[in-house]
Design a protein around this ligand. Structure first.
Ligand code: ADP
Ligand code: MG
Length: 257
């Protein structure tokens, strides 16, 4: 099976008055059409890893790698315009805080409608009904009301569900989900994971699932990377995680309540 994503010696660096601070320190991994979990404590570099794949590290932060290839495309050699096209259609990212990803001056319904018109060739008259279906698909019970709200008017959990609906509209080849369910209660979390799973199975989408929740990642993903201070300290199949030997991973396992 060919790889969807190949990452070699990926580094993210921020300049500081005392020299460069490397927050992702030369990590390597490959991803097929599978669910890859990235776990580690807060500050270990998980979000920076996800964002760097999409070239979403703000200056003066820098991304370097020996290889960063998505489905044959060298992501390090794309112009900002080319990256925007890839981000909109082939790789989607659900950010940790949905408030930064939704457009504050458009209603939720308008944003979903725009995404539908851009990515799915729908007749305009069908768009409104599809907006409501998309909201229902992420278990929003009163889609008509929610469609009329602005992002600041919904809770974090609701915003996260809206983001997931939006990110799945292009049916991307790769979804990078950064703590996508951390603001959701457990039953909604399970439903949202089912929706993502459906695309992994039906479309062969690859998934990078970033989470601090070791239990969740080991039950949901196929393979796992454990990160600590910017490095990958463990790479294993999900079923092998609980038997992991690295002291850092053992510590994480021991701290599960
Ligand atoms: P995680 O998602 O695993 O909690 P992050 O990837 O967000 O961790 O952050 C990794 C490290 O990078 C953290 O120590 C964080 O403080 C640092 N960091 C994040 N953004 C910046 C920035 N703009 N400048 C300097 N350091 C940063
Ligand atoms: Mg994070």
């Amino acid at each position: 099976m060919s790889n969807l994503l190949e990452v070699e010696n990926l580094r993210v660096t921020f300049p500081t008055p005392r020299g460069d601070l490397e927050v992702v320190r030369g990590i390597s991994f490959t991803l097929g059409r599978e669910r890859l979990g990235i776990v580690g404590e807060s500050g270990s570099g998980k979000s920076m890893t996800g964002r760097s794949i999409l070239q979403l590290i703000r200056a003066p932060g820098r991304v370097t790698a020996d290889k960063l290839v998505f489905d044959g495309v060298d992501l390090l050699k794309q112009s900002e315009r080319q990256m925007r096209a890839i981000r909109g259609a082939r790789i989607s990212m659900v950010m940790q805080d949905p408030k930064f990803s939704l457009n504050p001056v458009m209603t939720i319904g308008e944003q979903i409608a725009e995404a539908l018109l851009t990515h799915q060739k729908l007749p305009r008259r069908e768009v409104n009904a599809r907006v409501l279906t998309m909201l229902e698909s992420v278990r929003i019970a009163d889609p008509e009301r929610v469609a009329k709200l602005y992002p600041h008017e919904v809770s974090g959990g609701m915003g996260q569900r809206v983001m997931i609906a939006m990110m799945l509209i292009p049916e991307p080849d790769l979804l990078i989900a950064d703590e996508p369910t951390s603001a959701l209660d457990v039953s909604v979390q399970a439903q949202v994971l089912d929706i993502i799973d459906e695309l992994v199975k039906r479309k062969g989408m690859g998934l990078i699932f970033i989470s601090h929740d070791l239990n969740l990642v080991s039950s949901y993903c196929d393979r796992i990377l454990v990160m600590n201070t910017g490095e990958v300290v463990e790479e294993c199949k999900a079923g092998e995680l609980m038997a992991a030997k690295h002291p850092y991973t053992r510590g994480l396992i021991a701290s599960i309540p």
